[in-house]
Design a protein around this ligand. Structure first.
Ligand code: AMP
Ligand code: ZN
Ligand code: ZN
Length: 489
């Protein structure tokens, strides 16, 4: 888990929290937490029964306890929320499986020969020059942008970690209490939109899916962990689609962290990143085949949140250039105690830039941030705003005492995707609503929301995304497309 160009705490988590690529059959650690029941009903299919089975098997083979700890992780329990059956009007609609392959850069499929993804693109739609993330090109802001159709400053998750000056509280993706607290999130995620309109949904991980947003959770979801048995992700998705039509979710999310993890640790050009690309590509091939075998009208949409860039140089530490003693800070985000403090720091940074002492970032009063960033009207963004000019990791303060500092990782993201092409992400889609062989020009990731809402025939609130850029992928004769409202656009 990490914050890329962001926070102090995040970098500690990078070093402790990265998991080696999970290969089928590879030992990754055993976690009995997966057996504990949550507040809500836990699906017994993958709950207690599976855990006891693993325990029995370990006992039978008389493995030493230490070795048992290294066995395949326990299945992660699925939490079921009873929203009742699909409404009759929703039951006959199509299905969408939305997969996020974290950090899967737009050019990896051809660079590394991701044959399954390329085949899905050929059978449906793709964006060979990529989908453009929202700024900052980080995991949580972009996963929420994709499922709400809103830029981060409008859905409110403006970074993986930030401060809210009005609440006087920090939000951090490493803090499950914050991540599961719906009051941090704005917008209407697709699973909430679906549930509100009587359509069942399920999330095998997605930022925000553990929180009650507008008081609504998906019908099926799981608490996030990196440690999932290899087969569980696809097995659970297929299992949901095999439920009786009344209970069967029409909107399903699925998430893989592997490519992002190796991209950070070894860089985008490393053999380890290539290996992670091949692993998740193989999983996508398996998923596609198993979806086809269901003979259901399922659209498979595979995207990423952002790309990856090899870093240059060491940390850029902002307090070397301005007095930040009257600021709350989080990574590169600066929250002044007063307007005078904001203006003074802005002038100090500007002077350092003007003198040529600083070339690694630009600085703006928040109100004057470049329009294309869509990063100016939420106090959670801080003030002033510092934007790196290249692949440099920016932070307010050094970590710990002198001598305790740590070097940045090899790869990172978070940078302006309009000026740094390596921030672009993949987009592939295939299914009954997707035209064959469509190659899209680059488009903003907030546009995915109206596409999915249109396919599912859901009425949306006003959002930043538009259907226009993605309209060419739609099969025009689809019954739903002809009879349902055009998703607010
Ligand atoms: P980033 O470097 O911005 O791509 O952040 C990626 C990190 O976010 C990965 O290490 C994931 O393990 C973590 N992550 C992804 N989804 C979730 C989630 N739903 N809850 C908590 N952490 C997550
Ligand atoms: Zn990410
Ligand atoms: Zn990352």
């Amino acid at each position: 888990m990490d914050f890329c160009w962001l926070s102090h705490g995040g970098v500690v988590r990078i070093l402790k929290g990265r998991f080696p690529l999970q290969k089928p059959g590879r030992a990754t650690g055993f976690d009995f937490r997966g057996c504990s029941l949550q507040n809500q009903k836990v699906s017994s299919r993958r709950g207690m029964g599976a855990c006891f089975l693993v325990v029995a098997l370990l006992a039978a083979t008389a493995l030493p306890a230490a070795l048992a700890q290294k066995a395949t992780p326990a299945p992660v329990p699925v939490i079921a929320v009873d929203h009742g059956p699909n409404a009759p009007a929703q039951m006959g609609k199509h299905y969408v499986v939305l997969v996020s392959l974290d950090g899967f850069r737009y050019d990896y499929p051809r660079k590394y020969g991701a044959t399954h993804l390329l085949a899905i693109g050929a059978a449906g739609a793709s964006a060979p020059q990529g989908m453009i993330p929202s700024y900052p090109s980080l995991t949580f802001p972009n996963h929420l942008a994709i499922v709400t159709g809103l830029y981060p400053e409008h859905h409110g998750i403006v970074a993986n970690s930030f401060y809210d000056p009005a609440r006087k509280q920090y939000y951090k993706i490493s803090d499950p209490k914050a991540v599961r607290d719906g009051s941090w999130y704005g917008g209407t995620p697709l699973w909430v939109l679906a549930e509100q309109q009587g359509m069942r949904s399920a999330c095998f991980f997605w930022p925000g899916s553990e929180a009650a947003i507008d008081g609504v959770r998906p019908s099926y979801y799981l608490h996030y962990t990196n440690d999932v048995p290899v087969a569980q992700r696809i097995d659970d998705v297929i299992g949901w689609l095999q439920l009786p039509p009344a209970q069967r979710p029409h909107f399903i999310t699925l998430y893989y962290p592997d490519v992002d993890h190796n991209g950070h640790e070894y860089g985008p050009d490393s053999p380890q990143t290539k290996q992670a690309v091949h692993y998740v590509d193989q999983q996508m091939g398996r998923l596609e085949a198993r979806l086809k075998a269901l003979h259901l009208p399922v659209d498979l949409i595979i995207i990423a949140d952002h790309g990856m860039q090899k870093l240059s140089g060491n940390w850029v530490t902002l307090d070397q250039y301005a007095d930040l003693s009257h600021f709350h800070t989080d990574g590169p985000l600066l929250y002044p105690d007063s307007e005078a403090d904001a203006q003074k720091a802005y002038e100090q940074f500007s002077a350092a830039i003007k003198s040529g002492k600083v070339t690694t970032f630009r600085v703006y009063r928040r109100i004057n941030a470049p329009a294309h960033l869509h990063y100016w009207d939420n106090p959670r963004e801080g003030d002033p705003i510092v934007v790196p000019t290249g692949p440099y990791l920016v932070r307010a303060h050094a970590f710990g005492k002198p001598g305790e500092d740590r070097l940045p990782e090899v790869g990172a993201h978070g940078f302006d995707p309009r000026t740094m092409k390596t921030m672009r992400a993949i987009f592939f889609a295939e299914g009954p609503d997707i035209r064959r062989g469509v190659q899209l020009k680059p488009f903003a990731n907030v546009d995915v929301y109206p596409l999915i809402a249109h396919i599912l025939g859901l009425t949306t609130p006003p959002v930043d995304g538009k259907l226009n850029a993605l309209r060419p992928v739609l099969v025009k004769t689809g019954k739903q497309a002809a009879t349902q409202p055009a998703a607010g656009n």
